[in-house]
Design a protein around this ligand. Structure first.
Ligand code: ZN
Length: 113
């Protein structure tokens, strides 16, 4: 089974555990491609109007949910990681918040729109 595309490599243990097929894996890789594209656009968020940034974030969260569904995992916002790739998110990005209610920084330009 091919679990790689570009810089994305899926966790083979999780793929096996979730009994995913190549079709499932390809769908996840497609979603990753879309996420990477959006994250690249969001890197320029400081020069984007707030409504546009917000639109990208809503889209990214939608992709994270789609990804969880494709992985046959529960759809849970507390497991989302999109903001970790964005330097201008000033929230605490440590993995200790993975699966928990992560606090939002007062000055985060992405989470206070
Ligand atoms: Zn943030």
């Amino acid at each position: 089974m091919n679990l790689e595309r570009g810089e994305t490599k899926l966790n083979p243990v999780l793929v096996k555990q979730q009994k995913l097929t190549q079709t499932d894996v390809d769908k996840i890789l497609d979603i990753h491609d879309e996420k990477i594209e959006l994250i690249e656009k969001l890197m320029f968020a400081p020069i984007l109007p707030n409504w546009k940034t917000k639109e990208f974030i809503v889209e990214l969260e939608g992709l994270e949910f789609m990804c969880q569904k494709a992985w046959k995992l529960p759809q849970d916002k507390k497991m989302h990681t999109w903001y970790r790739d964005l330097d201008h998110c000033t929230c605490d990005k440590s993995l200790e918040w993975f699966g928990k209610e992560r606090p939002i920084a007062d000055d985060c330009p992405l989470h206070n729109l």
